[in-house]
Design a protein around this ligand. Sequence first.
Ligand code: SF4
Length: 369
Amino acid sequence: MKVSFPHMGTSHIAFKQFVERLGHEAIVPPTPSKKTLSYGVQYSPEFACIPFKILMGSYIEVLENGAEMIISSGGHGPCRAGLYGMLHEKILKDAGYEFEMIILDAPFRNLKDFISKINRIIKPSKVGWYRFYQEFKFGWAKLKILDEVDAYSHKIRPYEVKKGQTTKKYQEVLNLITEAQTIHEIDEARHQSLKLLDSVEQDRTRTPLKVGIIGEIYVVIEPFMNFDIQVLLGEMGVETHRSIYITQWTKDNAVTEKGELDVIACAPPYLNQKVGGHGINSIGETVIYSKKGYDGVIQLAPFTCIPEIVAKSIMPQVSKDFKIPVLSLTIDEQTAKAGVQTRLEAFIDLMLHHRSVKGGKPREMFFGN
Ligand code: SF4
């Protein structure tokens, strides 16, 4: 069976292998592009949030490439996330595409439904549950390493002597990880990957600004959506830390519905209840980044994303109380890289100023569009 899945950062490397090892042909979604976006815009309701549109475009691309089954993760309200999958399916089937959509929700929500969906995935290639479990373990190990090396590369990049060196090594790292075929080889690839990244020539006398990246999961994780903001900032000499990684998010949300309890606990009194998506996390994470001594926070928010709009409206007060500069970037299909870059340069100036007057009276610290 020809099976596909959404594109999200580098996770397709693990998902491709997982699907193939379950006996299917993987239809890997192309890296999102303007073409993906234009398909998505054409087939989506105008006011759908941008992750919905990109996923729509991506599904059209894989269906055109022959996908017969699309496996995606579910979501839950109170924002639109809970309806994403079924809406995609309905629009695409109305448009004439024939395929099977498997939307995987967390097992604890409906164990019977979860089991029957896994059965749908493994039955066509006659794979048993034990084999599924083994392949899941392998795929998970690979996803974890992909997340780890990604985070590590953002710690190295602001110190690189030659611009672009880290990104070059990072490509080699991804090849190493792609080639690993056993858990032992994944461990070995991890070891080699960290060594490769360490081999980038670095100037450790620098004291880079440190910025936390927060916001809605898809625009935070998918570089096409955020104009590769972590690489952009890294090459401008800024160290970034991303608040969301797929493996961490899955652990916190697939086993229980409680989410990132430590982060959520930091949101009150500014926000006392979940508002969907990562709204409450954005507030909690800003507080945490401030306490950890970060120089600033960048909030990435899809246009019309209700949870991030709620968080953004509270953010000026959090920024003021915790004395941490916050830049809120709203992203839609009109957003251009040049505009983002200009705003980042201005934000870097602001953070440098803030660093120099720490303890003194800072200037205005919240910027939103
Ligand atoms: S979190 Fe925001 S972008 Fe994601 S589905 Fe909800 S409203 Fe849309």
